[in-house]
Design a protein around this ligand. Sequence first.
Ligand code: ZN
Length: 507
Amino acid sequence: MTDLLITSATAFLGGAPVSDRGVLIRDGRIAAIGSSGEIAALPEAAGAETIEARGGLLTGSFADAHIHAVFAGVELGRLELSDCDSGEATLARIADYAASHTAEWIVGGGWSMAHFAGGTPTREALDEVAPHHPVFLINADHHGAWANSRAFELAGIDASTPDPADGRFERHPDGTPSGTIHEGAQELFAHVLPPTTMAECRTGLLRAADILLGYGVTAWQEAILGAYAGYPDTTEAYTAEVSAGTLEADVSGALWVTRDLGDPDSPIDAEAVVADFERRRAAAAKLGFRTDTAKIMVDGVAENLTAAMNDPYVCECGGGEVERGLAYFSAEDLIALVPRLNARGFNAHFHAIGDRAAKYALDAVAAVPAADRAGVRNHIAHLQVVDPADVPRFAELGVVANCQALWAALEQQMVELTLPILGEERAAWQYPFGSLARSGATLAFGSDWPVSTPDPWQALHVAVNRQAPGETGTPKLLPDEALSLAAALDGYTRVSHWLLGTPGSPG
Ligand SMILES: [Zn+2]
């Protein structure tokens, strides 16, 4: 490998960036860092290929600590709606696609709840633009979908179909499903949807990797390895590409803890879950793929009332448990599972949106003996609503905050769908990254692509400004929770690499 000399860079080494830095890279590794003059004068620098950075930023690469790279890559090859900026534009895109689509099913997604009244588009609207095909479209956050009448018919779902324990159908007053499908109810279409093949997953992974490398993301953690929302377990796509040497990135994955649990009458068989994970971890490791993490989706999302809250939502939502959202696991199940996972060397990677979900996750980690906790890197992703009383527990328990900072802005979905159902007090507890940092917690970052853009700079922008990229003069979301650029950049680079266990990453 040719040696590389970079001069007059503004280097980010943690803390304030340092100007006029020179870096010598030999055999793909940093051999020396100093002033441009010092480094250029090294005898080893003679003959190296030279890049004059002219003050440009030189930083460690990004690591994305929560991503669905395979889903993202596969979806880019299907009907893609994420850049449609209104409901009309979304329907027009679907109409165009249907007019030229020859296969039976239309699948794809990326539509935004904020573009439809109440966040719940109807099957009738889809029937109008795509009358001949069955249509099933996952929404941007991947916690829901939208289907047309033909798809409901083929799946055998009608007014008499009950909601499953881990999801629900929006319904017309007469009980017939109205088109929007939340959470686990999506699985009731799995038997009729065209299967996603492993070949599609492998192509999707390489397509996603190209895009990520273009953003300077050289490591990531696939946040769900297991059957989910119509996708197969994508572990094989990773092991195939890693063992073939075709992925120019350091990748790891989180094994999915099936969530059709949470039933107090049928407690989780934690030992069976861990034993299965040990077998899968060993098999993947033989092919060079790290799966030393367990993904536990504790709850859903706020907009569809499935985020688990300590106190009821501010809404007329039918009473009962729905009022506090859905927890996919009971507190007892998590206390049975997480200490076992940690004892056997698995990090827990929780999804928690509501304050009750974050509390369950922290309580489960608190049940782990300190010695076992010290040997793993537990993290909670998303953290939309965190009870201020729970903020200091992250540092106390060594739980890393895995932040999707792009979401910490007053965008349309937040203003129209989320704020009204949270109420004023809880609305002020959202994405408390500044409070977490001040309490001594460690912060890592990830995109959750394809839910959001994989571009780390957009997330960093919001982490620092608490305002959507491109906006100025509009209100900021809880500006006291902003991070310094140095803290956020350190989190998305050094800390995230450490969290994922990137070989050679600094501590
Ligand atoms: Zn995710």
